[in-house]
Design a protein around this ligand. Sequence first.
Ligand SMILES: C[S@@+](CC[C@H](N)C(=O)[O-])C[C@H]1O[C@@H](n2cnc3c(N)ncnc32)[C@H](O)[C@@H]1O
Length: 238
Amino acid sequence: MVGIGPGGPLDRTRRAEEAIAASDVVAGYGRYLELAADLTAGKELIATGMTREKERCRLALARAKEGKAVALVSSGDPGVYGMAGLVLEIAAAEGISVPIEIVPGVTAASALAARLGAPLMCDFAAISLSDLLVPWETIRSRLEAVAAADLVVALYNPRSQRRTHQLAEAAAIFRRHRPGATPVGIGTAVGTSEETILLSDLDRFLELPITMRSIIIVGNRSSMRIAEWFVTPRGYAL
Ligand SMILES: C[S@@+](CC[C@H](N)C(=O)[O-])C[C@H]1O[C@@H](n2cnc3c(N)ncnc32)[C@H](O)[C@@H]1O
């Protein structure tokens, strides 16, 4: 399991690049294989579609059982809404015993935080707004809990073409607990040539372009703007 970071080669770890270089087979969602194309010349490639996660894991495990070194690539960190857990679950459920290593990567929340300034300096949470695997009722109750707990939150999978109401509901939940001027940062395709970074606030961010390639960071009641930066103070007395 190899996390290739949010996009370009500059955000990959050396451990990730070495793991891919040492592999015979590289498996992953097609777009992630494209992002790692500079590392995969001469290797067997297994590309599967976006919703084919189980198939991808089974194909990777099957090749590993044959004795191949397989790099199953995820964007960002494979342990954050990635494939690490599924590989371990399938291997255990199907009695597949092969050595497995999980190589961490820069997750989208860290990549966006660095572009915005320092929004994650204090306690924070991550919530995915995708209800494909988790019921919306559960996600909504988690949003209510982190909003009430005044945690900064990184919202993964905020919106897709078919899934739009969740983000509006999430915004309304945060608006009940935080001022409208609370900073909200939006990063789309962070770390790629198509990157856009926008800084807005709770009252206005829904008007901005947000896609399935976006991640959003919502500040807490202490978060502030310092010039063009979004900062959540850690609490130092200055
Ligand atoms: C299935 S999750 C994968 C998360 C990934 N494992 C990580 O650690 O960043 C997909 C979501 O991650 C976020 N994401 C992944 N890469 C991103 C990038 N380069 N820019 C902005 N958001 C990104 C988006 O919210 C996207 O909908």
